[in-house]
Design a protein around this ligand. Structure first.
Ligand code: ZN
Length: 469
């Protein structure tokens, strides 16, 4: 059977590399991000009766060291109530009491500067502002995640960023297992959730491949098309989730194991045979640097993690088009990071400390921030109109593609091209080797603007030999 694989990519006719190499035109990095949290009550009926509910609006996250504006929480009470307003950490422990007592109806504003009630500055991480009220014995609660961090993430437009966070294993898949029964899957999930909440608190969109101890391929689907539902489908579900969300980055969180209990230290894996290999290598290097630095600071005095560096490895979630096992590779730079070894007693003890897992999440966050700091012009694209099924050779094809300027600068003189690529036993990831069949102009777009571009392919010819994917 002949099938057609269309590789779409964006081509800047302006010299893209010099633009990216310039220092980013970041005005001033300051805490920003407005979040309005949906209202919730203990019995969950507040959405139906918005007027009578407690409201909580939080601004000023992420909170950066030395930022002039702290995190501000505004509570609106519809009626007098017993109010408690506090900040809790990821593990649910209260770090700061902002208000506790009887309060009249109306608005109350309180600021939090990242310092605990005991006067200690909290470490980077996700925190939650929680408001609870009791009116006539009925409990209401509203909360929102905020972030304490050394850096913002793409402060020009954090909401334009989508990060896929993939906690490795889970459900039927334990991953590495420590002698004491600690599962890698659980450690990975904890770090992944901390990272996700930290990014969300900074105004960034996150897609988590799993947010609980479960399989990702749920409900079970045959994603690889081999009529079996097995471990390959579980792996395929992860790039699928990232691609469906059109994520900018893919971060797969793992921890390691070895036969010798003496082996230890983090490594960051990526694959170099991808269209975005150069950017991907940079991402891997940054993740590894942040992880080594974060662990050195979080570990015991004098302990230095062994730095294995950024390594090239064709893990399933990292490599390119490789049918039949892998038909839909990730469309964005990604890493698979192996934090510490569960088989090393000292490193296992570190992984069991919430503060160390928090430092690892903060390291990923810092890496995402550093990697995106150089992002200038950037177009995101989504296929909004196309054929419902594979197109046979000999038929015309028009694709409607919505392009959106997700960068910090205006986009002008960009073109969208469509190419037909020949199937190869091994996808080498180089773009520009296919036959260019369609070409369309992208209109000038200011940051945040989008436009629909039609890409019309002429009659597709049946190839002389071989098949197309
Ligand atoms: Zn693993």
């Amino acid at each position: 059977m002949h099938r057609i694989f269309l590789a779409l990519f964006l081509l800047a006719t302006l010299a893209l590399v010099p633009t990216l190499a310039q220092a980013p035109t970041v005005p001033v990095v300051r805490a920003q991000g407005d979040q309005t949290q949906a209202i919730g009550t203990a019995d969950g009926d507040a959405q139906d009766d918005f007027e009578s509910s407690l409201r909580l609006v939080v601004t000023g996250s992420p909170l950066l060291p030395g930022a002039p504006d702290p995190i501000r929480a505004t509570v609106t009470l519809p009626a007098p109530a017993e109010l408690r307003l506090r900040v809790v950490d990821f593990d649910g422990d209260t770090v700061a009491e902002l208000y506790r007592g009887h309060r009249r109806a109306g608005e109350l504003q309180r600021a939090w500067d990242g310092v605990t009630t005991a006067g200690r500055t909290v470490p980077p991480g996700p925190y939650r502002v929680v408001a609870t009220t009791t009116v006539d014995g009925a409990l209401e609660r509203a909360d929102t995640w905020v972030t304490m961090a050394d850096r913002a993430v793409y402060p020009q437009a954090p909401a334009s960023i989508i990060v896929a966070v993939d906690p490795g294993h889970g459900g039927d898949y334990d991953g590495a297992m420590a002698p004491d029964g600690t599962r890698e899957a659980d450690i990975n999930l904890d770090i992944g959730l901390r990272l996700a909440r930290m990014l969300e608190g900074a105004g960034v969109n996150v897609v988590l491949t799993r947010d609980a101890d479960r399989n990702v391929n749920e409900p079970p689907q045959d994603r690889t098309g081999d009529r079996l539902i097995d471990g390959d489908d579980e792996l395929a579900a992860r790039p699928d989730a990232a691609n469906e969300a059109r994520a900018d980055l893919f971060i797969s969180i793992h921890n390691n194991t070895a036969a010798s209990p003496r082996v230890g230290g983090p490594s960051t894996l990526y694959f170099d045979e991808r269209p975005f290999a150069a950017r991907n290598a940079r991402l891997a290097r940054i993740v590894q640097e942040e992880m080594v630095a974060g662990l050195a600071e979080a570990g015991e005095d004098g302990w230095q993690p062994h730095d294995h560096g950024a390594l090239i490895y064709p893990y399933y979630v990292l490599r390119g088009f490789d049918p039949p096992r892998l038909r839909r590779p990730t469309q964005m730079p990604g890493v698979l990071s192996e934090g510490l070894f569960l088989s090393n007693p000292q490193e296992l003890a570190l992984l069991q400390q919430p503060a160390v897992r928090g430092a690892m999440a903060a390291a990923y966050y810092g890496a995402v921030s550093r990697y995106l700091a150089r992002r200038g012009p950037h177009l995101g694209y989504a296929l909004v109109d196309g054929p419902a099924e594979a197109v046979d050779p000999g038929r015309p094809l028009t694709l409607g593609i919505e392009v959106r300027n997700q960068g910090s600068e205006a986009v002008r003189d960009w073109r969208l091209t469509g190419e037909l690529e020949r199937a190869r036993p091994r996808y080498l990831g180089r773009v520009g080797r296919g036959t260019r069949l369609a070409d369309a102009r992208v209109p000038r777009l200011a940051p945040g603007e989008s436009a629909l571009v039609e890409l019309a392919f002429p009659l597709l010819q049946r190839p002389a030999t071989g098949s197309c994917w």
